[in-house]
Write a protein that binds this ligand. Structure first.
Ligand SMILES: *Cc1c(COP(=O)(O)O)cnc(C)c1O
Length: 462
């Protein structure tokens, strides 16, 4: 093991050096992949030297998500304390299902869950768990909602026509989960949004009433905290009034921006959160831990237990249910996703998490100001969002993003709202400063200036 740890350190050193010198890896075209790197698996072992060389080559040719030119996704950067925690979790290799096997790591997970419940003002009876990502957190919320609506479904199957509600700007995991659950994609009602991408509550109520009149059974509303494209926050209070009136479970999908709960300045975006039934957020997005670190909590511990516990005599042999986390999990064996958030949180305090979140909004303001002060750009974003959507010189966003990627200049993606396509710059890497954001625009402008064909293409594509 010592030898391989030394090799790890050697490769890690090379990677960090390369990342700072060349923040974007030259991409390998998929059809070239197997000719460029020796990925093939053989009957005979690779020689040690060849193994090391190949491994290093693989690492150095992998997209660099931690650098100052990666803006492509709703995650990015590298927090060293969180990375340390995750490396130790791998080394320890516990499974989080029982206290017998995970010991104090159970306490790490419970402390985080309790603290989060406390911060958002969830009642005493709340509890939660770590799920393998935001999509699965949403799935767990939907299952609890279904069982809260009708406790017999988990035994006898779905026989009623259940319907659920989410905004047209919400994440694709909602319809996917409806399919998994046997409720069906066709029973998902996409509620219209306003011009800022927030769900329109009056449209929600109309849809619910119409479904009831037609013999459907509404059971679940998903509210989004940070929509995938615009980073919009649905307003919770009017949704919770409707949910209470019609007895619907209200979940808040905060995978992207739920971490605003840690900021005094921005937690108002989730006003009313204490009136909801469940809430999830991804620490691997705004808080910058390694993937994946997704938390789902509910005010109703009972439903978490009812929906996810299964007796298993071979597994639960010691200690109380409260310490055997497998009782409230969607998985059986489960990796320790809590430790990386704990090492981060312990080292910087809740005040440090607040700084991380506030800095992302600061960087978003820097980007928005730059765009607003430069007539060659058009802006499609609103205040209080860390997704900065824009176009430059009317160049088609898809073309520009793809060229920037293929030429190894920078990584940024595009999105669409109201049939307009634009570049989406995500200021989620809290390791960045104003300098890196301004550098982003400089790299983009220089690339356009030296590639006049981009303008010509604009004419062809119109
Ligand atoms: C990222 C995201 C998800 C999915 O989370 P995963 O961890 O990728 O499964 C769900 N909802 C929203 C709003 C997201 O931004």
């Amino acid at each position: 093991m010592k030898k391989d740890l030394a090799l790890f350190n050697k490769i890690a050193d090379r990677l960090l050096k390369t990342e700072s010198e060349q923040p974007v890896a030259t991409p390998i075209a998929p059809e070239e992949l197997f000719n460029t790197l020796d990925i093939s698996l053989k009957d005979t072992p690779a020689s040690e030297a060849f193994f090391e060389e190949t491994l290093e080559k693989l690492v150095l040719n992998t997209p660099r998500t931690a650098t100052k030119l990666f803006f492509n996704q709703l995650f990015g950067g590298r927090n060293s304390k969180a990375t340390l925690g995750d490396l130790l979790a791998v080394l320890l290799n516990n499974s989080m299902y029982t206290y017998k096997v995970a010991g104090p790591q159970v306490g790490i997970e419970k402390e985080i869950l309790h603290k989060v419940c406390d911060i958002i003002g969830y009642a005493k009876d709340s509890d939660g768990t770590f799920a393998p990502g935001g999509s699965m957190s949403n799935f767990m919320a939907m299952v609890m909602a279904r069982d809260a609506f009708n406790a017999s479904i988990k035994n006898s199957g779905v026989s009623q026509k259940l319907t659920l509600y989410t905004s047209s700007e919400s994440h694709y995991s909602i319809p996917k989960n409806a399919a998994f659950m046997g409720v069906g994609r066709d029973q998902v009602r996409y509620v219209e949004t306003n011009e800022k991408g927030q769900m329109r509550p009056e449209k929600l109520e109309v849809a619910v009433k119409k479904d009831i009149a037609n013999g459907f059974h509404p059971f679940f509303v998903n509210s989004t905290a940070g929509t995938t494209v615009l980073g919009a926050f649905d307003e919770i209070p009017p949704l919770s009034v409707i949910c209470k009136a019609y007895n619907l479970w209200l979940h808040v999908d905060g995978a992207y921006c739920g971490s605003v709960i840690f900021s005094k300045k921005y937690k108002h975006l989730l006003n009313g959160l204490n009136q909801t039934d469940s809430f999830s957020f991804n620490a691997h997005k705004m808080l910058g831990t390694p993937l994946t670190c997704s938390i789902i909590i509910t005010q109703h511990k009972k439903y978490l237990n009812d929906s996810f516990s299964n007796d298993a005599a071979y597994l639960y042999q010691t200690d109380g249910d409260d310490y055997n986390l497998g009782k409230t999990s969607i998985q059986c064996g489960r990796r320790n996703d809590a430790l990386k958030l704990w090492t981060l949180w312990k080292s910087v305090g809740t005040k440090g998490l607040e700084k991380i979140v506030d800095n992302q909004f600061h960087l978003a303001n820097v980007a928005r100001n730059y765009i607003q002060n430069n007539p060659e750009y058009s802006l499609f974003s609103y205040e209080e969002s860390i997704s900065i959507c824009f176009n430059y010189k009317n160049i088609p966003a898809q073309t520009l993003c793809t060229e920037l990627y293929e030429k190894g200049k920078l990584m940024v993606g595009y999105g669409t709202f109201n049939n307009v396509q634009f570049i989406r710059l995500v200021t989620i890497n809290s390791g960045n400063t104003e300098t890196e954001i301004l550098n982003f625009f400089q790299v983009l402008e220089e690339f356009v200036a030296t590639n006049p064909s981009l303008h010509r293409r604009e004419i062809f594509e119109q």
